[in-house]
Ligand binder design. Structure first.
Ligand SMILES: *Cc1c(COP(=O)(O)O)cnc(C)c1O
Length: 427
């Protein structure tokens, strides 16, 4: 989409006034004066999440073991109920989504379920830009099955170190590939892959395909009914603001409901007979069948509260603002920061980018430290990327204006030179 912007803080203020999502900001805890552009590492705490967590705590205090049966067994059915809310964000059917484990465990779960290597078809196709845990999980499973990852994990290489070419992914779909796992949005460059094209091509070759939505859920509007992928996994603590280490999401295409879960456990049993404690596992014929153990209710409560906000706002509006405010930020960077060695490293086309701006600079690590002193919370990704995330529900246009001001000042005054390049434990 062609958008035009103006320089000047008055213009930024005008955009805030016109922003249909502006009132949601009050529902989040934003530290006084802090510009928080790290919502894709850890989303901010909302009053809604706090309310649900306190409610769950009260329900535990007041009920003990009966917490599982109060309020129409609300907590017993929590994975499915929260799953149904997340299903609306990705355009899936309610019973195709559940809430379980961490993303990494859900990758293990899906790989264990869908990876059925045969003599001719035994490879898993991935890319070399994905977040490392996806690769670790897949390689360990391949080893369990008796293969050498060097042979059985096929990696599509990036041509430019930033993005993947769909053509390269598709031409890597050879006859020996059994399963594909790819990120919807790349965590460093913010590239949004053409999921439909890749999924369709996988389908034509009868290859199972799953998507990691960690950097798209709550930011990009998906349509899984149309996409028809086999499975998907995501975390809820990034854009979805569910809380530090909050539980993950899992989508299983309904056509697979009859398949046996790779990693079974008693919470995946049919609910009605779970507490008969039968040793024969009868898995629930919906995404809940892929649950493993007892759901962590206190952690899930934060996700439930945050989802109240996301469902109320709607993904269409969230994506619209996200595209607009990131386009505004890129405009300001082009106009004011390019001459100071900053460069926009993410794809610019609306259909090709996720919710963050990938700002590149040779001194990125030091600049991130200088930003923190200036009360800005960005994040750094090796080797030279500052990720800037204006989360649609709580970041304002005026903050983007101020952020660019600060980035310009840091460069002009060389404030970053006071810092070291030695990496911290968590960056
Ligand atoms: C953040 C992220 C994860 C996180 O996995 P956890 O098990 O929740 O720690 C996994 N994959 C990708 C692509 C991510 O961006």
């Amino acid at each position: 989409m062609n958008r035009t912007f103006e320089l000047g803080i008055e213009y930024a203020k005008k955009l805030d006034l016109q922003d249909p999502l502006r009132n949601f900001r009050e529902r989040f805890y934003i530290r006084e004066g802090n510009i928080y552009v790290d919502g894709n590492s850890l989303g901010l705490c909302s009053k809604d999440a706090e309310r649900e967590i306190l409610l769950a705590l009260d329900d535990w205090k007041g009920n003990g073991i009966d917490i599982w049966s109060i309020k129409d067994s609300k907590y017993f059915y929590y994975p499915a109920r929260i799953g149904a809310m997340m299903a609306t964000l990705i355009g899936a059917q309610a019973n195709e989504v559940t809430t379980a484990n961490s993303t990494t465990v859900n990758i293990h779960q899906c790989a264990a379920t869908f990876y059925k290597p045969t003599g001719e078809r035994y490879k898993i196709l991935m890319d070399d830009l994905n977040f490392p845990t996806d690769r670790h999980a897949v390689e360990s499973l391949v080893r369990i099955k008796g293969y050498d990852p060097v042979d059985a994990v096929k990696i599509v290489a990036s041509r430019d170190g930033r993005t993947l070419s769909e053509d390269d992914v598709i031409s890597a779909m050879s006859g020996d590939v059994a399963l594909i796992l790819l990120p919807a949005v790349l965590y460093r460059s913010s590239q949004l892959l053409d999921m439909q094209r890749i999924t369709d091509e996988a389908r034509k070759r009868s290859i199972i395909i799953g998507w990691d939505l960690c950097h798209s859920i709550g930011s990009v509007a998906h349509d899984f009914a149309k996409l028809d992928a086999d499975f998907a996994v995501w975390c809820t603590y990034k854009y979805l603001s569910g809380g530090p280490g909050s539980i993950a999401g899992l989508y299983i295409n309904r056509k697979h409901f009859d398949k046996a879960p790779g990693l079974a456990g008693w919470f995946g049993n049919v609910k009605e007979t779970q507490f008969r404690l039968d040793h024969r596992h009868e898995h629930s014929k919906d995404a809940d069948g892929w649950l493993i153990g007892t759901p962590p209710i206190l952690s899930m409560a934060g996700v439930k509260g945050a989802l109240d906000i996301y469902c109320e706002a709607g993904m269409k509006e969230i994506r619209e603002k996200s595209l607009h405010i990131t386009a505004y930020l890129m405009y300001l960077i082009d106009q004011r920061l390019a001459e100071h060695g900053y460069n926009v490293g993410n794809p610019r086309d609306d259909n090709r980018r996720g919710g963050h701006v990938s700002l590149e600079h040779q001194e990125a690590y030091k600049i991130c430290q200088a930003l923190k002193v200036r009360n800005v919370t960005p994040d750094f990704r090796e080797p030279d990327v500052i990720r800037l995330v204006p989360v649609a529900l709580y970041v304002s246009y005026e903050e983007m204006y101020k952020l660019v001001d600060i980035l310009e000042q840091i460069a002009i005054k060389k404030e970053h030179e006071a810092f070291s390049n030695v990496r911290a434990l968590v960056v």
